[in-house]
Design a protein around this ligand. Structure first.
Ligand SMILES: Nc1ncnc2c1ncn2[C@@H]1O[C@H](COS(=O)(=O)NC(=O)[C@@H](N)CO)[C@@H](O)[C@H]1O
Length: 420
């Protein structure tokens, strides 16, 4: 969401954001609706004022005037109610359009309609050179009986998985490891439900544009979130937080559910793209200060990169294009990890700055040092998401005999063993 004052003062910027993010939105219609609503409010106020003036005259009026005055007051009241109904309809229509407004992308974002315009900012870690024919993660799993990828599909359908034995232990321990690391950086560990009401998805930005990608619970007036970001973004909705208590930092852990409606045929083998997965999420609510947001963006990225370096997974950091970053983003950097079997980097983390775009939707406000109430800024980044992270982890560290060597930083998780 953008503020109406901002829109009016920055029309060319908003028009450019609408174009560069590929949004279908008639800004003239939005502004006309706002004008109509304001005019109706003025008319309703005038009618109320005239009706009050009539009522004030009523008690001192002569008997023969009272009937006329009463009729006048009644007419004014009826007209006001009629206009209030019109105002309600205009405001509903306006709200729908306001929810489609894009966040303004930063100047450094490559302008383009999709991920083909993304650029690589930097890469870390040399991709492994195997002196044997490497296996992909599915073959490694089958060889070591680390998962059941076929029976479970009979039980739960495609894009589901169940890990077994040491890989099942590793997944759970990796989630704890990620929570520990982000908590050590000052974030409050918090477990949140995937179940959330529609408003939470509107606030975070998944709705209205991506309803079909979301599991619905129609009997319970709720949906299943694809990220802890949904619950976290609405946790402080409606509050006015004391500015001295910012930044609010959460390490959010939750199951994540995604229908992957638009991904038919993509990543159908193995663990890259599943309907239910686990994620530790880094989430920030900070003061409405662009410098501060930029600093938190860099911190969220570094925390994720530090974990990838500890896991000795080669990766690259991506600057996402205006068309790929998503409706509300000011800036988004994906981190892509090297997947040997695909001979390419694949996204494992997504770091976003949203300025006050979510805060305006979620009504996240704080009182600043001067006592002024302001909308906050929000940011988020993946700390670790499983099972996708297991794909580069297993494949990069495999040995000729089909075992997987644990990076030193993870050995303590698995009893000090060198191999998974
Ligand atoms: N269908 C899926 N299956 C497995 N992992 C997924 C799936 N969808 C997303 N992920 C993982 O979750 C990470 C974050 O997803 S995201 O949509 O890009 N971004 C978010 O959810 C943000 N809240 C930051 O975490 C992805 O980088 C990927 O590692």
């Amino acid at each position: 969401m953008l503020g109406m004052d901002f829109i009016k003062a920055n029309r060319p910027t908003v028009e450019r954001a609408i174009r560069d993010k590929g949004v279908t939105l008639d800004l003239d219609a939005l502004l006309a609706l706002d004008g109509d609503a304001r005019a109706l409010k003025t008319e309703i106020d005038n009618l109320r004022a005239s009706r009050n003036a009539i009522s004030a005259r009523f008690k001192d009026a002569r008997p023969e005037e009272k009937a006329a005055l009463g009729a006048e007051a009644k007419a004014a009241g009826a007209k006001a109610s009629e206009l209030e109904a019109q105002l309600g309809a205009k405001e509903t229509e306006l709200k729908q359009l306001m929810l489609k407004l894009p966040g303004i992308p930063w100047d450094g974002a490559p302008v383009g309609p999709d991920e083909s315009f993304n650029t690589v900012i930097r890469s870390e870690g040399a991709v492994p050179k195997f002196d044997f024919e490497p296996l992909d993660h599915v073959a490694l799993i089958e060889k070591n009986e680390w998962a059941d990828l076929s029976r479970i599909v009979q039980v739960s359908g495609s894009r589901t998985y169940c890990l077994k034995g040491r890989l099942a232990l590793l997944e759970t321990k990796l989630m704890g490891w990620a929570l520990d690391r982000i908590a050590a950086a000052g974030f409050t560990p918090i477990t949140v439900p995937a179940i959330a009401r529609e408003q939470a998805f509107l606030n975070q930005g998944q709705f209205p544009g991506h309803v079909e990608e979301t599991y619905a619970l129609p009997n319970d007036d709720a949906f299943l979130a694809g990220t802890a970001e949904v619950a976290l973004t609405s946790l402080h909705s409606g509050e006015i937080v004391d500015g001295a208590k910012l930044p609010i930092l959460y390490a959010g852990y939750s199951p994540c559910f995604r229908r992957e409606a638009g991904s038919a045929g993509k990543d159908v083998r193995g663990l890259l793209r599943v309907h239910q997965f686990l994620k530790v999420e880094q989430w920030v609510m900070c003061e409405a200060d662009e410098e501060m947001s930029a600093e938190w963006h860099a911190t969220l990225l570094r925390l994720a990169e530090d974990m990838l370096q500890a896991m000795e997974i080669p990766y690259q950091v991506i600057e996402t294009s205006t068309g790929d970053m998503g409706l509300g983003k000011y800036r988004m950097n994906d981190i892509e990890s090297w997947v040997p079997s695909l001979d390419k980097y694949r996204e494992t983390h997504s770091c976003s700055t949203l300025h006050d775009w979510q805060a305006r939707r979620a009504n996240l406000r704080y009182r600043d040092a001067e006592g002024k109430v302001r909308f906050a800024h929000t940011l988020n980044n993946t700390a670790l998401a499983s099972p996708r992270i297991l794909v580069p982890l297993l494949e990069n560290h495999q040995t000729a005999d089909g075992r997987v060597r644990l990076p030193a930083a993870l050995r303590d998780l698995m009893g000090g063993d060198e191999y998974l």
